[in-house]
Design a protein around this ligand. Structure first.
Ligand SMILES: N[C@@H](CCC(=O)N[C@@H](CS)C(=O)NCC(=O)O)C(=O)O
Length: 219
């Protein structure tokens, strides 16, 4: 891949900082050792016809390599991983397992987590959210319990660090406002192991630095 650009937000409110999904793309690129530029785009540009040709839903991240655009963070991480042994094992069966765990992160583990995240951080004061929260927590715990059982005795989702761990870790990060991950010591250790990687640390540092530069000036 020649010139790579990733789109991100110029700023995010504190509850979302470190969660915005260009983080997982930056992390994957750091692991792969690929240089890239981040283009921070505001709401006006995200709504523009031109940007919608790159990202139909007007969100971040979008990704450009060799003049071609791609959207959806999972698809982007997969695209980067497909050419990088740092993120995708060479063995055919291990590759299939890695992809299975990438889908599991986004399609099986993420939905109940996003449900709880929205309840707590967007609707926390509403009566319906208070009533439904215990069931939403239980649904998250069912997934975390199964994931913890799988990771017990393993360092990573497949035999070694892969793109699946990039996605799973950044999905679990959406629970940081709760103690749910720490209730599962295996998961707590897994997240800490993945987040200790220099590539993650650099990606997070860079994203936070962008938000510090883009912070709204107090009136
Ligand atoms: N499924 C999409 C979700 C993308 C998404 O939710 N992006 C958020 C930031 S994490 C966004 O762009 N929000 C700003 C907006 O919708 O205008 C992906 O994984 O890329």
């Amino acid at each position: 891949m020649d010139k790579i650009t990733v789109t991100g937000l110029p700023w995010a409110p504190p509850f979302a900082q470190g969660l915005v999904r260009d983080l997982r793309v930056r992390w994957a690129l750091e692991e792969a050792g690929l240089p890239y530029e981040v283009r921070l785009i505001d709401g006006g540009e995200r709504s523009s016809h031109e940007y919608r040709q790159k990202h139909p839903f007007g969100m971040v991240p979008a990704f450009e390599a060799d003049g071609r655009w791609l959207f959806e963070s999972g698809a982007i991480v997969h695209h980067i991983a497909a050419d990088s042994e740092a993120l995708m094992p060479p063995d055919r069966h291990d590759r299939a397992n890695t992809v299975a765990w990438m889908f599991a992160a986004l399609n099986t583990v993420d939905p109940p987590i996003q449900n709880l995240f929205a309840m707590d951080l967007q609707h926390g004061e509403e009566q319906w959210a208070k009533l439904r929260r215990p069931a939403a927590v239980d649904a998250v715990k069912v997934r975390l319990g199964a994931l913890s059982a799988w990771l017990d005795g393993r360092d990573y989702l497949v035999d070694r660090f892969t793109a699946a761990d990039v996605l799973m870790t950044t999905v679990l990060k959406f629970l940081r406002h709760t103690a749910l991950v720490t209730e599962f010591p295996v998961l707590d250790a897994y997240v800490k192991r993945c987040e200790a990687r220099p590539a993650f640390q650099k990606a997070l540092r860079d994203q936070m630095a962008d938000y510090a530069r883009g912070a709204p000036v107090a009136a």
